[in-house]
Design a binder for this molecule. Sequence first.
Ligand code: PGA
Length: 248
Amino acid sequence: MRKKIVAGNWKMNTTPSQAIDLIEKLKPLVKNDDVEVIFCVPYVSLMLAVDAVKDTKIGIGAQNFYFEESGAYTGEISASMLKDIGVKYVIIGHSERRQYFNETDEIVNKKLLKAFEYEITPIVCCGETLEQREAGVTIDHITTQIKNAFRNVSDDLAKKAIIAYEPIWAIGTGVVATSDQAEEVCASIRACISEIYDKETAEIISILYGGSVSSANVKELFKKHNIDGGLVGGVSLKPEFGDVVNYK
Ligand code: PGA
């Protein structure tokens, strides 16, 4: 049985002092040994956040990093820097990064390989636009994204990855995918992993759904066989996040 994972994507929200206040507020609300809880906070709050959760099982994740080792990349943060301060997870290829910062599948792949090199668990995002869904090319598009992301990743490492299926039309819109729509794509991602690697790897890898997850829809979504949890944006900044973690 795969353990459920609930990761909060705080995006560009909260100052460091607000982040610490929020973590202290959420800590008692997200106690659940059956669920792996992750807070992906802004860079400048990472060190404080790692310290703030040290007496808990909550993991801290970054929302991005740059794939080069070090050097003249003004403004960038490396995987070794994240590793050194105790960051355990990193979101890679979120649709907002693809849309606003031109992140390509090739960059996503480089980041995935680098995150593994530093034993940081990648949360690899994929998802289709509304136009792609309406054109009936969702599964093709997602399969391409997954195949490109996992190029040259060994099966042993792939088993440790977390994939997040996030339909772009459902992110921040309040329009959640139906549990059947989400399950269909998550199942196809698992089939794709099975095709790239093998059935065992596909059974082990965690696949989350993201896009307007809330306390109102979490139960329905998490019931599905191929949905191993959620990547949660808006609600991750509210006490309601506790209800998502304690979805049962
Ligand atoms: P949302 O964001 O829950 O606000 O839709 C999800 C995400 O972008 O990861």
